[in-house]
Ligand binder design. Structure first.
Ligand code: DX5
Ligand code: ZN
Length: 216
């Protein structure tokens, strides 16, 4: 079984030294650089847009994993397309036509992914799975770093894994929020392929030890 992929969230980086911190996680062997885009509408918080993400892309030697937490998904997909992230995730709770948006993301040469809030059941992506490369399960309420892990995501990941095995075994499961070296073991057992970790990586005494400890 492949090792857990690790996608540090730059939300917890030092924005005064963003390029340095992006370089540090890439040097430390992360698999993806997770970028949280918040618009102050879908979630109350505001973060960064394409201008800053362009600087992140220049500093990164690993592919970008863009997580949109926005109302206007299609507009933002167009804005980020030229940066050619590996993945763009959008929230199903905020999209009337997810199937159409998946096709659009793929046509731009980017891997499509759908994000689910803690209350959203995995069945809602069942008939989209064959077109998806990843499903992102939120294990906190979106909007802020440093929150407590919601354990019901473990059962949700197992249920999603069953659906994935039937519909599209290539599709990855990513879990985002409150991940650390303890719950990563349970996430692995539940069938999770990629973990996002912000505060655990950047508030750790050693970024490389933190990333290493998540590769279970
Ligand atoms: C929350 C974001 C997460 C978050 C993870 O809305 O999607 O990526 O920054 O941070 P931690 O690991 O601190 O929960
Ligand atoms: Zn995220």
């Amino acid at each position: 079984m492949p090792l857990m992929q690790v996608a540090p969230s730059i939300l917890s980086a030092d924005f005064g030294h963003l390029a340095r911190d992006v370089d540090a996680i890439c040097e430390a062997g992360c698999d993806l650089v997770h970028v949280d885009v918040m618009d102050g509408h879908f979630v109350p918080n505001l973060t960064i847009g394409p201008v800053v993400v362009e600087a992140v892309a220049k500093a990164a030697t690993k592919p970008l994993d863009v997580h949109l937490m926005v109302e206007n998904n299609t507009f933002l997909v167009d804005l980020f397309a030229s940066l050619q992230p590996e993945y763009i995730s959008f929230h199903i709770e905020e999209e009337k036509h997810p199937h159409r948006l998946i096709q659009k993301i793929r046509s731009l040469g980017i891997s499509p992914s759908i994000a689910l809030n803690p209350h959203t059941p995995p069945q809602c992506v069942e008939y989209l799975l064959e077109d998806l490369d990843m499903v992102l399960l939120m294990s906190v309420n979106p909007g802020f770093g440093g929150q407590k892990f919601i354990p019901s995501v473990l059962e949700k990941a197992s249920r999603l894994k069953d659906l994935i095995e039937r519909r599209n075994p290539e599709c990855l499961i990513e879990v985002d929020g409150g991940v650390n070296d303890k719950n990563v073991v349970e996430l692995k057992a539940a069938g999770v392929d990629v973990v996002v970790a912000g505060s655990y990586v950047f508030k750790n005494r050693s970024i490389s030890e933190a990333i290493e400890s998540l590769k279970v």
